[in-house]
Design a protein around this ligand. Structure first.
Ligand SMILES: [Zn+2]
Length: 217
């Protein structure tokens, strides 16, 4: 089975469908048991210099394992499925649909440290539009995996492009990375901005500028 992936030049190229699947469904990796996960957390507590058996920390490994199920549930979800239900009656509407300030909570894959920010999405519908909450869920699904901000931006743009077949799509993410702001050189005020434009947003400078103006970048 083949799916299509949008390229940076706006073309859609055939690519293995597995590219859009969560990792867990791509690879038959034996999942660790909950006990193994909790033992790993105990090791990290000791590595940090504390005693996992003291009162305040005794239940922490179990809590962390449960929190991981929530923070990384994106591995068990398929973002494309979220966009299957579309509305085709768009009347004479011909302008971009813009969704601003979608919260982003993710974890960088280099340090497993939080990435916090906002995503802005615009698409120019051809035939299909989708419920606002579905786009928010797409951002959540890709965010709740270990990520780099560049790929997160690409993944969101690509799945909208492949699923909705719009005339264009643009995604901007602004985010703070705890691994940059709390350690090393401590560049506190550093905020990273990534963007991906496809189709009409890549080709039409006015449309692109309107989008960037609307989100204030
Ligand atoms: Zn990092």
């Amino acid at each position: 089975m083949e799916a299509e992936i949008a390229q940076s030049n706006g073309e859609r190229l055939a690519a293995p469908a597995t590219r859009l699947l969560p990792y867990a469904r791509r690879k038959e990796a034996a999942a660790p048991t909950r006990m193994e996960a909790e033992a790993a957390v105990r090791t990290l507590i000791r590595w940090a210099g504390d005693d996992p058996d003291r009162d305040g920390l005794r239940d922490t490994p179990a809590r962390v394992a449960r929190a991981y199920e929530e923070w990384f549930r994106g591995y068990r979800e398929h973002a494309g499925n979220l966009l299957e239900r579309t509305f085709d009656e768009i009347g004479g509407y011909q302008d971009p649909v813009l969704l601003r300030d979608i919260p982003v909570h993710s974890f960088c894959e280099h340090h497993m440290a939080p990435i916090r920010g906002r995503a802005h999405i615009a698409y120019l519908p051809a035939q299909h539009v989708v419920g606002i909450s579905k786009l928010v869920r797409v951002v959540e699904t890709f965010s709740r995996r270990l990520q780099i901000q560049e790929r997160l931006t690409d993944d969101i743009a690509n799945v909208i492009d492949v699923s909705l077949r719009p005339l264009g799509v643009a995604v901007v993410i602004e985010a703070d990375h705890d691994c940059m702001t709390t350690r090393g050189v401590r560049t506190h005020a550093t905020r990273m901005i990534t963007r991906r434009t496809l189709g009409a947003f890549a080709e039409d400078a006015d449309m692109r500028r309107d989008f960037f103006n609307a989100i204030g970048i």
